[in-house]
Design a protein around this ligand. Sequence first.
Ligand SMILES: N[C@@H](CCC(=O)O)C(=O)O
Length: 271
Amino acid sequence: MKIGFFDSGIGGMTVLHQAMKYLPNEDYIFYADTLHVPYGEKPKHEVREYIFQAADFIAQQGVKALVIACNTATSIAVEDLRKKYDFPIIGIEPAVKPAIQSCEKKHKKVLVMATELTLKEEKFCNLVNRLDHQDVVESMPMPGLVHLAERFEFSEEVVESYLQESLAHLDLNQYGTVVLGCTHFPYFEKNIRNIFPNGTDVISGSIGTAKNLKRILEANGQTNDGTGQITFYQSANLVEDESLLEKYRGLFRRLEEPNYKNNALNHKIAQ
Ligand SMILES: N[C@@H](CCC(=O)O)C(=O)O
């Protein structure tokens, strides 16, 4: 059986890329809700509906687990999704805990970049409160990075001038770690490193999520039943074509240590 991955758009591929490292002998479904991206700027009740529509579609394909490869969708719906489906559901959340631990030693602050919706959700506030370090955690919505990624706009000049403009009011020297709390952001990791002073750590929750997926599948004795094939579904009415697959391959190439080469990429349109 396949493993389902879901995001509002192409961001979830940054998590899928990590999962393929830990679980190469699996088949994957990647569903992008391209009709409704961006989630981070929409009302919560609307986004919840989109998430359940997508999850229903993925469930119909028959999956042994579903990764909500979207911080925004996880914060809004992961609890309720777990109540509805009987396969394991793995979410992703901003990696605030490891960031605080490393910043404490450096006497620096943590900057969490995410969508507006993630940052104002109870789940994020509870996470920061539970860790009891509210004074060292700052947050910054970066919706422009989602837009740039969805347009496949990765030009260094465009991306870095957006980053510079958005962060101009902050003293970047005060941060020890930048947390990428949105799965679209790792495509811009190099640009973010260029903008922040040397020695600033940039981390995301994708490795933790991939390890979590592996642990759960192993505990259920459900690993190694695939050949590394990925089937892509999109909710937008896009034409099925090779050029789109080439774009997806390009996304994997943007992430370090690409291992997509052995994988067959298929592409389908969601009904
Ligand atoms: N993939 C994004 C959602 C971006 C959006 O649709 O606004 C996340 O992890 O939160």
